[in-house]
Design a protein around this ligand. Structure first.
Ligand SMILES: Nc1ncnc2c1ncn2[C@@H]1O[C@H](COP(=O)(O)OP(=O)(O)O)[C@@H](O)[C@H]1O
Ligand SMILES: CC(C)(COP(=O)(O)O)[C@@H](O)C(=O)NCCC(=O)O
Ligand SMILES: [K+]
Length: 246
């Protein structure tokens, strides 16, 4: 018997490209996709490739050429005004990053109540969705690495050394003060979303995803849940529910 055909999902953020292999409509493997070592990547038996892209357009172009050369059909997801019971708050939905849309679809697939979804990558974003599936809007702020880059660029005396700090304390060196300051900003983003949700909803959940979610693992709040592979799981929801590959 031949191997079941596979679907490749690609989540192109402004810093990293994440991939997932999907077989029989389940994710079997995820990782970081590196275009430089693409020769080691097994493209045989790919039935269809689905892409969410919000950055790195040059790499996306290269990827598209590579897949087309192998006759692999490629579908790019777009933010819709309405999809799978979710309605976009933006008047012009095409302006909302498709990664934010897919993250909301992933959470809605898991949870039917009111929620906020926070994604900690190059930018940190928050999107609020009510139990009727109405997206109410959100926030965009610089992510951890972007904060550090901006801080070093705009000052003279700062120097940084990134450290995977998760417990918030006080720094006694410049480097530690920056790491703690950035962690405080990330935690503040979460706490502000909690305050907002508490004010507007009797019941809610806060989902946290993105490459820097591990920085928030120590933050123990009643309504918070870490959510791996948010965007990839949103893509899977669409692939499953729309039978797009039939
Ligand atoms: N495998 C990893 N290990 C540790 N940190 C990572 C990893 N991947 C991403 N990160 C961190 O997450 C950030 C990128 O997160 P990600 O959600 O992939 O961003 P984007 O979607 O904007 O490309 C990086 O700035 C880095 O700090
Ligand atoms: C906000 C973002 C930069 C987040 O990107 P990421 O951190 O995942 O790389 C991206 O979703 C984007 O470019 N959005 C378009 C503007 C908007 O959503 O309003
Ligand atoms: K993000």
């Amino acid at each position: 018997m031949s191997e079941p055909t596979k679907i490749l999902l690609l989540d192109v953020g402004n810093t990293c490209i994440k991939y997932a292999w999907v077989s029989q409509l389940s994710i079997t493997q995820t990782g970081i996709f590196d275009l430089e070592s693409v020769d080691n990547f097994n493209f045989s038996e790919i039935q269809h490739c689905f892409v969410s892209a919000v950055g790195q357009s040059q790499k996306v172009g290269q990827l598209e050429e590579l897949l087309q050369a192998q006759n692999i059909p490629v579908t790019f997801f777009k933010t819709m005004s309405k999809q799978l019971g979710l309605s976009c708050a933006y008047k012009d939905q095409s302006r909302l990053g498709v990664d934010r849309w897919l993250a909301m679809l992933a959470c809605r697939g898991e949870y039917s109540g009111n929620f906020a979804v926070l994604d900690f990558g190059t930018a940190m974003t928050c999107d609020v969705v009510n139990s009727k599936g109405q997206h109410l809007g959100g926030w965009i702020a610089p992510g951890a690495n972007t904060m550090q880059v901006a801080l070093l660029k705009e000052t003279e005396q700062l120097r940084a050394q990134q450290d995977d700090v998760a417990n918030l304390s006080l720094g006694v060196t410049t480097e530690a003060c920056i790491n703690m300051g950035i962690l405080a900003s990330l935690q503040g983003f979460v706490l502000s979303s909690d305050t907002y949700m508490q004010k507007h909803f009797a019941q809610y959940q806060i989902f946290i995803g993105g490459g820097d979610q591990n920085k928030l693992a120590q933050l123990q709040l009643e309504h918070i849940q870490l959510f791996d592979d948010l965007v990839l799981k949103g893509m899977l929801e669409l692939v499953k529910k729309t039978n797009i590959t039939d």
